[in-house]
Ligand binder design. Structure first.
Ligand SMILES: Nc1ncnc2c1ncn2[C@@H]1O[C@H](COP(=O)(O)OP(=O)(O)OP(=O)(O)O)[C@@H](O)[C@H]1O
Ligand SMILES: [Mg+2]
Length: 385
């Protein structure tokens, strides 16, 4: 493919998507708006890279939300303890208050009595600086209480999104779920959006009667954008930038290739837009070419990912990739067809692959249908092995 780099790209793959280039999600945005207006907390789940984070950011950009609420967002994927959680939340609030100036920051910092002495002042701006280290948080539950007290007393209601919320289940501290639930239950000024892609863990947290968060949220599952809506969006983006508009068939071909999975469709469109001459006509073969180039560019990272697996895990992953959608993976038939070792070896391997989020599943009746989470990786494996 001839590569010509152009400046502006309507298919945004990094950072915040401007409203104009945000595709659909109208019903979902409305539902979230209703929930926060009705003081309901929400559990938002979807397969990885379907658009949860962008949906929340889009919600925050809505006029009624930005005018009436304070909004906060923390992604706790990389945290492994309550301390880190508290630090991240404190930092997020601090950062959002910086533009409001010294007085507002002083109030926030004044509330964090358990951390007094951990704050410095920036010599240039005179603003208090949030240079708290993990080790400064000696009593995370106390600091958490203080942070929640601050939010509870804020001059406007707050929306707090905790992304990759399943992570709290992995913290070593005892009863983090119960601790958070106790706080959240008491709060009137704050709505929470708990988001994540580990549907199994999250639904277990919110749907089992023995768990602290049982029955405490409205649940929302984010699926693919409707095909016709997505196709119309693609064509409109090309049209508005004065490019040749791809025909419907080509757009549907791309949508179907990834079953409408947002990130993969968007990444392909982004590259086509960025690297093709402006007068190019987007055909099915051009789409194939663009996808192949993406996969080739990622080869090094794919090889690294596979190198971290043992032999059984690797051959199980390959078998799933070859089937695209693999069901009855522990059956003798599956094991034979792919020349695997044994059903129990496959079962163990799948457990690890699920934990690594390299494999995911959908429940189809009583059957679990497995697939490789990263669709580009799936294609690369299916070609290569
Ligand atoms: N409504 C949308 N309009 C346009 N692009 C979108 C939309 N939703 C998602 N995308 C595209 O898909 C990508 C992935 O979305 P996002 O990061 O929100 O997914 P996610 O579900 O949070 O993923 P993860 O599970 O990895 O956290 C975005 O970077 C963007 O390119
Ligand atoms: Mg996300």
């Amino acid at each position: 493919m001839q590569k010509v780099k152009t400046m502006f790209n309507p298919f945004v793959i990094n950072g915040v998507i401007p409203d104009k280039y945000f595709c659909d999600r109208e019903k979902e945005t409305d539902k979230l708006l209703k929930c926060i207006n009705n003081q309901s907390n929400v559990l938002l789940t979807s397969p990885r890279r379907m658009g949860k984070t962008q949906l929340v950011r889009h919600l925050y950009q809505q006029g009624t939300v930005s005018a009436d609420f304070h909004t906060f967002y923390v992604d706790i994927y990389s945290t492994t303890s309550l301390r880190e959680f508290v630090l991240l939340l404190g930092k997020e609030i601090y950062t959002s208050l910086v533009p409001k100036g010294k007085m507002v920051l002083d109030v926030f910092i004044g509330m964090l009595k358990s951390l007094s002495g951990s704050f410095g002042y920036d010599a240039l701006t005179g603003l208090p600086s949030f240079d708290v280290r993990l080790g400064d948080i000696r009593m995370p539950d106390m600091t958490l209480s203080e942070i929640f007290d601050y939010l509870e007393n804020a001059d406007r209601p707050c929306v707090i999104t905790i992304d990759e919320f399943q992570q709290i289940g992995k913290y070593p501290e005892q009863n983090v779920e119960a601790l958070l639930r106790t706080h959240i239950q008491k709060m009137n000024n704050c709505r929470f959006i708990f988001a994540g892609s580990d549907r199994h863990t999250l639904e277990n947290m919110f749907n089992s009667p023995a768990k602290p968060f049982y029955n405490s949220v409205e649940q929302m599952y984010l699926d693919c954008i409707d095909k016709q809506v997505y196709v119309a969006f693609m064509r409109q983006c090309f049209e508005e930038s004065g490019r040749n508009v791809p025909d419907k068939q080509a757009c549907e071909y791309l949508y179907d290739m990834f079953e409408g999975h947002t990130y993969y469709v968007h990444q392909t469109l982004h590259n086509i837009y960025a690297y093709c001459a402006p007068d190019v006509i987007v055909t099915e073969s051009l789409i194939d070419e663009a996808v192949n180039e993406i996969i080739q560019d990622k080869e090094h990272s794919f090889l690294t990912q596979l190198s971290l697996l043992n032999y059984t895990q690797k051959e199980t992953l390959i078998a799933i990739a070859k089937d695209v959608k693999a069901s009855e993976v522990t059956s003798v038939a599956f094991v034979r067809r792919h020349s695997l070792q044994s059903p129990s070896a496959v079962q163990n391997a799948i457990r690890t692959l699920l934990n690594l989020q390299m494999v995911t599943y959908r429940q189809n009746g009583r059957m679990k249908v497995y697939s490789v989470s990263d669709r580009f990786l799936q294609m690369w494996i299916a070609n290569k092995y």
